[in-house]
Write a protein that binds this ligand. Sequence first.
Ligand code: ADP
Ligand code: MG
Length: 588
Amino acid sequence: MRLLRLLPCSELSAVSGAALTPALTEAWPLACDSHRQNVEYMFGIVGIPVTEIAVAAQAAGIKYVGMRNEQAACYAASAVGYLTGRPGVCLVVSGPGFLHALAGMANATINCWPLIVIGGSSDRNQETMGAFQEFPQVEAGRLYNKLSVRPSSVEVIPAVIEKAVRTSIYGRPGSCYIDIPGDFVNLQVNKSSVKYVECCLPPPISMAEHSAVSKAASIIALSKQPLLIIGKGAAYSHAENNIRKMVDFCGLPFLPTPMAKGVVPDNHPNCVAAARSTALQHADVIILLGARLNWILHFGLPPRFQQDVKVIQIDICAEELGNNVRPAAILLGDINAVTKQLLEEFSKRSLKYPSNSEWWKRLRGKIKNNEERSKGLALQKSLPMNYYTVFHHIRELIPKDCILVSEGANTMDIGRTMLPNYYPRQRLDAGTFGTMGVGLGFAIAAAMVAKDRTPGKRVICIEGDSAFGFSGMEVETICRYNLPILIIVVNNNGIYTGLNANAWKEMLKFGDPATCVPPVSLLPNSHYEDIMSAFGGKGYFVKTPEELQNALKASLTDEQTPSLINVMIDPQSDRKKQEFPWLTRSNL
Ligand code: ADP
Ligand code: MG
């Protein structure tokens, strides 16, 4: 009878066993098995007891990227899920490795992105004895995951993996955790006792009730001030073609949420992002496509919205429908399918919103006004530069189809308004959870996916100096795998604001830095670019628009080498004045 070692990654593989060397095929026979879950990428950090799993994953044809912190590895794996619709895997060791990855699991689930985390855990026969890195991982995983399980035996691992992959992508996507005790990893089992499972079917596509579609069309037909809000659920569902048709056919003003930028190009004449507050505040009907009425959309409540705004809510998750605002129509289903249903209904009724309405005039007036204010700031010649000047030059030089990763406070907020997206799923940022520290992991994931699917596409990662610090050592990962990522650190010496070198020196005269340095401050003039050159990439330190332009040109021309441009800006540079304070509290 044949005995074999069953390693879980073999069940994840999408790749034919033909590529394997005979020796490896013999060592990990399941790598050649046909029961596969179409998983292509694994990120992690090896150690006891998971090192063999990473080696087996590579043998099975899964691409394994070794990272420097499990948190960044987990962010990377989750971004693969969003970008490809198939979960990436994060592989972590027991105890602390698992705990570091919790942030990534929470971020994925809160973003509604599929993810699989495989965690090694202490041997079963040492449980409760104070085993090395022992921790109740399955229990701890429950709060962060759609599914948190330990297979009951080695034989059922294929079935558990299929269930986890399926759960991560069916319904509202999210994270799933699989716990593998150390003693499983090298266990020998009888091949005939393994319960093989075929690759799960693609997610079923659900459509809205016909009556709800018809009701939605009637509400839109009567609207005087309609607004289409496009969320990242729409980007995830690949609904761009239908949504573009809808905008063109119906003439509706649209507003993307941060990661939905590019579902319809930002330079489309119906994009009202530059009049965001006005559009939200005065719309009488809102068609909400895959976006939650959470803090990002000010809960859908006054003062940011009309008290009696009619919301037509479209979402794949039934429990989401009606959150914070009672909708006028609810369309439960997949956005790509439901927008097709809506398009059919609109064309039957020739539903077209006039472009010369008072609403359009108001929105266009506001857009013009806001664009002029940003332009004024962008063209300022004074040094040190402000955010708007920096983004103006970046915008002029970066390719239209690059993937933009962005995080930081002002860096992300101002960058979002200044840097257009023209294609869907090409903007990754702090997301629903507002997580800082995701940038480098996301950039690594995007570069891995781009290398395989769209060779030559650039990944540009624009980071505040504080945001960069969370995962700065992943620059080594970027250089090790030779990923031609361009990192731009917009450096204001701090969190929100910082001090210049002179003010810093003066501050230190007051005594122990821990008692007098403002908590928002970071060391002035830090040479983050040296981190990149330390590992063989190219680093640039820039202070003027000309230096910035030259560094951008040089790093974009070199398609092989990772680079980092450290852009010094005015430590007191700020956003232009906003109509509403950030996180306006509802007055209801
Ligand atoms: P944003 O950050 O852009 O506002 P959210 O993450 O808040 O977006 O909302 C995304 C919504 O999209 C979630 O409520 C999720 O259930 C939904 N969603 C995800 N995939 C699909 C899909 N294929 N069809 C419909 N809705 C989806
Ligand atoms: Mg900063």
